[in-house]
Ligand binder design. Structure first.
Ligand SMILES: [Zn+2]
Ligand SMILES: [Zn+2]
Length: 368
């Protein structure tokens, strides 16, 4: 079939929105008609050429929500008509990591996915007979895509799909970091550095975990207001002395849990230093730039602070994303407020520019 898609043809150049060919799903794969897709920093990072693992030509996009239209042979997990969220972090259910409750790092199709290929080593997208690679195993900047069935979370048929899209990446990443990676204990004091979609997700996760104090820190007053809406009990403009302030607010000790959601290694350092002596846990969620390293004074660790991190918030996609969507439908998560702009696929490059200007929280492409 012919579908419209946003194609990365050259690193550092705008995406080309054009018609491409999409082949039928093969064994273990499903054809998904996208209804919505969030525009994430990782798409921009890959398109800019800054990502050392980036490649062309490929169809970008990985924060998709849609409906299964057809399935290939030997598909058991989804069926036509199912509402689904795409998973760049799939869940096969059988590999050494899927079988362990401590992680979501499924290894089933990882190598092929990193090469921009489906598990059989080929692509379903093409242009003039030339293969066009997939991106993060999902390629959701397209009207339709083909993905492995293990990369689809079946969500409630009641859920509006534009609000589901943020659960495919940023929102679940933040919520999961608090609920599954850090496992925030009730009554805790938490500090979240950075209030984009991921950081706001962490604020939401801390609230769902019944934290007592949730301090949000950002450079933007408007983002801090958003943080309050989602559950922050205190807000503070980012500054060089923010660690001293956090310590002074916590009897000199620091916070039980800190979360870093900016990707700046300087802020990561603050998150480690602001974690409480004795048991504080600093969770790294932001993606740092190529070649950057995090400096930690070892004394901070031998006095009991711990440092961890996760990808996709440690969320096991097929098992746990549907429950997060249900919590939105139950009114516990205000996903609607996080979608601050809706655009057509043709405007995807404008969305990248808005992201560079730090406008809004999440722009979602809707496919009409
Ligand atoms: Zn993302
Ligand atoms: Zn697995």
């Amino acid at each position: 079939m012919r579908v419209r898609a946003a194609v990365l043809e050259e690193l550092g150049r705008p995406l080309a929105v054009r018609e491409v060919d999409l082949a039928e799903p093969k064994g273990g794969e499903a054809l998904v008609r996208l209804e919505a897709c969030g525009v994430c920093h990782t798409d921009l990072y890959a398109a800019s050429g800054a990502d050392p693992t980036g490649y062309t030509d490929c169809v970008l996009g990985h924060e998709g929500a849609g409906v299964v239209e057809a399935v290939g042979p030997n598909v058991a997990l989804v069926a036509p008509g199912d509402q689904v969220v795409t998973l760049f972090a799939p869940e096969c259910g059988n590999c050494v990591h899927c079988l362990d409750p401590r992680t979501n790092r499924c290894v089933a199709i990882r190598d092929r996915q990193g090469e921009g290929l489906l598990p059989d080593g080929t692509t379903r997208f093409s242009v003039d007979g030339e293969p066009l690679r997939h991106f993060m195993g999902t390629s959701t900047f397209a009207e339709y895509t083909v993905v492995p069935e293990i990369a689809l979370a079946k969500v409630s048929p009641e859920a509006p799909l534009d609000g589901c899209a943020p659960f495919a990446c940023g929102l679940s990443t933040g919520i999961g970091a608090a609920l599954y990676t850090a496992q925030v204990a009730p009554g805790s004091t938490c500090v979240v550095f950075g209030c984009g979609l991921v950081g706001l997700g962490a604020v939401i996760g801390c609230r769902l975990a019944a934290a007592d104090r949730i301090v949000a820190i950002d450079l933007s007053e408007s983002r801090l207001r958003e943080a309050r809406r989602h559950g922050a009990t205190e807000i503070r403009l980012a500054s060089n002395d923010v660690v001293d302030w956090i310590r002074s607010e916590t009897g000199g000790f620091g916070a039980d849990y800190t979360f870093e959601a900016t990707g700046s290694v300087k802020v990561m350092q603050q998150a480690v230093e602001a974690a409480r002596e004795a048991w504080g846990l600093a969770t790294m969620i932001g993606v740092a730039g190529k070649g950057e390293t995090l400096d930690i004074v070892p004394r901070l660790l031998i006095t009991g602070r711990r440092v961890t991190g996760s990808s996709f918030g440690g969320v096991k996609g097929r098992s746990q994303v549907p429950a997060l969507v249900d919590r939105w439908l139950a009114g516990e998560i205000d996903a609607d407020a996080l979608v601050t702009a809706r655009i057509a696929l043709d405007q995807v490059n404008d969305a990248f520019q808005a992201m560079d200007r730090q406008e809004g929280i999440r722009t979602v492409i809707t496919y009409g």
